[in-house]
Design a protein. Structure first.
Length: 365
């Protein structure tokens, strides 16, 4: 109700320019070297998790045999161990393990240990002058995204006093701090813990600098040079997450807010196209809840923080009170429908991408 009144007093409208907010993918089908400008302002694809990887495999499944390999955005870098907020690292506080290409550091009780960055743990944010332990379990990148969303960063520690303070606030738990060592990075500069490459193909003494997706073996392979492969490009600052659990609208809303950024919003035509593209390659059947709800008092449809300006209602007709259901979904034909809010069905979350460069995260380029 408070949101509805706020929107009313602000003039009943919320104008946005068309944007590449949700990730959209483009398979150019043209072979280039890695650093060729074939993506035209976008970047080679970043893979964030197993769902992303399954999308890549499905999207590229219908290429003919002449298309052997596709560039991914992951490539070698000389970056050393560093704090997420770019504070200089004091090497006396922690000794890095040189055997892994990506390690993230957590305080485990009273000691610093390195872990697989994809592990899910509580984490500590540095917000203003405060250290705050967040007991939600997230991987390192998700933890970083949470802290920055709340106007902070993962905690950095530069001396014994700060270390004791973090340990005291940590309550004996194992929790992420902002220390990362990674000698690989994604072309778009985003944070991803996904490293599911094939290690059986690695030859002793080889120096690898790039990654491709093999259209034959359907796996990620490290390669030694930037020869020629197909370009597979993407642009956008927010991921679509298909959640296969059957929940009510309110349960789905709370799940997305807790585990991701929120229940999916479709704010313009570009968002709609991105959703249609993603759902075309998912194995989960709709309809899906989206973050669309109708005010039972005023009758208009709203997202969680804005009015609806773009729409794609079934049959081109917006549901109206008193006959309408109050919650919105997107069906298997990618049309919006009104549904009983207590129906249990899968749903779509959105998750903002966090970039290692804090300025880029803030600008959401």
């Amino acid at each position: 109700m408070a949101l509805v009144l706020l929107l009313l007093f602000s003039g009943l409208s919320y104008f946005t320019l068309a944007s590449n907010r949700l990730r959209y993918f483009n398979d150019t089908g043209v072979q280039h070297g890695f650093w060729n400008e074939s993506c035209n302002g976008a970047s080679h694809v970043t893979v964030y998790d197993e769902e992303d990887f399954e999308f890549v495999k499905s999207f590229l499944a219908f290429r003919d045999s002449s298309h052997v390999a596709t560039w991914l955005g992951l490539h070698k870098t000389k970056k050393n161990i560093s704090w997420s907020n770019d504070t200089p690292f004091n090497s006396t506080m922690f000794t890095e393990n040189g055997t892994q290409s990506q390690i993230c550091v957590a305080i485990n009780g009273t000691t610093w240990n390195h872990f697989n960055c994809a592990e899910r743990k509580p984490f500590m944010c540095h917000i203003g002058s405060n250290y705050k332990l967040i007991t939600r379990n997230k991987n390192w990148c998700q933890a970083l995204q949470y802290c920055r969303t709340h106007n902070g960063d993962l905690v950095s520690i530069g001396n014994d006093t700060e270390n004791k303070r973090a340990i005291e606030k940590g309550e004996g738990k194992s929790f992420w701090i902002g220390l990362l060592n990674d000698d690989w990075e994604w072309e778009d500069g985003s944070c991803s813990t996904f490293r599911e490459w094939n290690t059986s193909r690695v030859s002793p003494g080889s120096t690898f600098a790039y990654t491709t997706f093999s259209n034959i073996s359907k796996e990620i392979i490290k390669v030694t040079d930037d020869g020629h492969a197909d370009s597979f490009c993407t642009k956008g600052t927010t991921r679509i997450k298909v959640i296969p659990y059957n929940l009510t609208w309110e349960e789905a809303f709370n799940y997305c807010k807790e585990s991701h950024t929120g229940l999916l919003q479709i704010i313009d035509e570009n968002d709609q196209k991105a959703v249609e593209q993603w759902l075309n390659y998912t194995s989960v059947s709709g309809p899906f809840w989206i973050g669309l709800r109708q005010s039972r008092v005023f009758g208009f449809w709203i997202w969680s923080d804005r009015m609806v300006n773009f729409s794609k209602w079934k049959n081109g007709i917006q549901p109206e009170l008193p006959l309408s259901n109050l919650c919105g979904a997107i069906n298997s034909n990618y049309m919006w429908t009104d549904e009983n809010c207590l129906v249990r069905q899968p749903f779509l979350c959105e998750e903002e991408i966090v970039f290692m460069n804090k300025l880029k995260t803030a600008r959401k380029q």
